[in-house]
Design a protein around this ligand. Structure first.
Ligand SMILES: Cc1cc2nc3c(=O)[nH]c(=O)nc-3n(C[C@H](O)[C@H](O)[C@H](O)COP(=O)(O)OP(=O)(O)OC[C@H]3O[C@@H](n4cnc5c(N)ncnc54)[C@H](O)[C@@H]3O)c2cc1C
Length: 375
């Protein structure tokens, strides 16, 4: 049986970004249960990159990640990983004062925010229903992420460094021979000195396989739909529409309109499917806020966003064992933060220097330590 320095469980964006950053320094194997990489949360995201509107730590991670997205290493991707989209934040009359408050506080971070009157708003987003929004502003700092190119960039780079990436290798059980983990999978067994738990919605159940105490990371189901646009309506260059309290958001998606009702329902880990009620809410918001009639939902899907108790990612060795590492709890920002978190995880696993950007952002990696609740 071949022995690896590190076995990463999970072939989503988390596990693969780590494989990319770690493989120059350690022998690495990625174990993925499904037949396709990125089949779960990673393949079901809204592909949005945003610099603001999350916890301060996540905004700092986004700022660090942005440098990688803008200038990935030579050969990482043939196309740009980000496409600028911009976003409008909107509020109905009852929430107009709240939007104004957010506008004022965000100006400190984003001086280029533009307040919009109704005429300016409709010029930017012609599908909005006149009279729906009583207050709005424009933020240029929203981008679409080329998720498949990002994922393939990580995969190709890791393989170039001789990392093994094995689909159809679901981790079933584990034991320890005194020197390394023996990991039984649905295919062949694997031996590894250190295990990384990057199993997305399954991180807590995966920890139990290794006799490691779960950390209370709970998957939450989130739904998205796409709807067809009437003949002659082209939204491809339209900014993303965000309701001020994130009741919903909408954005163009491959010639259609994507709508998300921002549901966050705690669920068991699995191949989650959209519930009728959440699909109905998404369609309702499209009809309420825009002039697009929902004659047919072209596509609907759901995926898991996994949150730790304080809703920050969990990166580091756990309290129980020095050879079991967590890369978990990326919530609704696992794609956009992956260059920052993958690099951080690699530096913690190798004892290397803090990745670039953390100092500049004054971001202490301890914030993400699995031990943080104990300190
Ligand atoms: C509707 C929706 C919209 C989103 N929008 C955005 C967005 O716009 N921007 C953004 O940055 N993020 C977004 N997210 C969040 C983002 O998708 C996640 O944070 C990210 O994909 C998590 O990646 P992951 O690798 O941890 O999980 P996953 O992609 O789920 O990967 C985990 C993998 O582990 C594997 N696995 C589990 N257990 C085992 C086992 N025992 N053995 C082997 N393999 C195992 C699974 O099969 C899975 O492939 C969105 C999520 C959803 C659902």
């Amino acid at each position: 049986m071949q022995t690896f320095d590190v076995a990463i469980i999970g072939g989503g964006i988390a596990g693969l970004s780590l494989a990319y950053f770690l493989s120059p320094h350690r022998s690495v194997i990625v174990l993925e249960r499904e037949t396709a990489l990125g089949y779960h949360s990673t393949g079901r995201s809204a592909a949005e990159f945003v610099l603001r509107y999350n916890a301060p730590e996540v905004c700092a991670l986004a700022a660090i990640a942005k440098d990688f997205f803008d200038s990935p290493p030579e050969g990482f991707s043939d196309i740009s990983l980000l496409k600028q989209r911009g976003g409008v934040m909107i509020a109905t009359a009852e929430k107009a004062s709240r939007l104004e408050e957010v506008f004022r506080s965000e100006l400190a971070f984003t001086p280029e925010l533009e307040p919009l009157n109704e005429e300016e708003l409709l010029a930017r987003v012609p599908i909005l229903k006149p009279g729906y929004a009583a207050a709005a502003f424009y933020d240029p700092n929203f981008w679409d992420i080329e998720v498949e190119s990002l994922l393939q960039g990580y995969v190709k780079g890791a393989r170039r460094n001789s990392a093994e990436i094995r689909e159809r290798h679901g981790v079933l059980s584990a034991s320890h021979d005194g020197q390394a983990w023996i990991i039984e999978t649905s295919a062949s067994p694997v031996r590894a000195k250190t295990v990384v738990n990057a199993a997305g919605g399954w991180v807590d159940t995966t920890a139990e396989i290794f006799d490691v105490k779960p950390l209370g990371i709970v998957p939450h189901r989130r739904t998205a739909i796409t709807v067809d646009l009437p003949e002659g309506v082209d939204v491809s260059d339209m900014p993303e529409i965000n309701e001020i309290d994130e009741d919903f958001y909408m954005k163009p998606d491959a010639g259609r309109l994507l709508a998300c009702p921002a549901d966050a329902t705690p669920c068991e880990p699995g191949d989650v499917q959209p519930e009728e009620l959440d699909i109905a809410w998404a369609a309702h918001y499209v009809e309420e806020a825009t002039t697009i009639p929902v004659r047919r939902v072209a596509k609907s899907w759901a995926g898991m966003r996994s949150f730790s108790p304080d809703r920050l990612p969990v990166i580091g060795f756990g309290p129980d064992r020095p050879d079991f590492f967590w890369l978990a709890g990326q919530g609704g920002y696992g794609i956009l933060t992956s260059p920052a978190l993958g690099a951080l995880a690699a530096s913690l696993l190798t004892g290397g220097p803090q990745p670039e950007g953390f100092k500049a952002q004054a971001l202490n990696p301890e914030k993400f330590s699995p031990l943080r609740s104990k300190t």
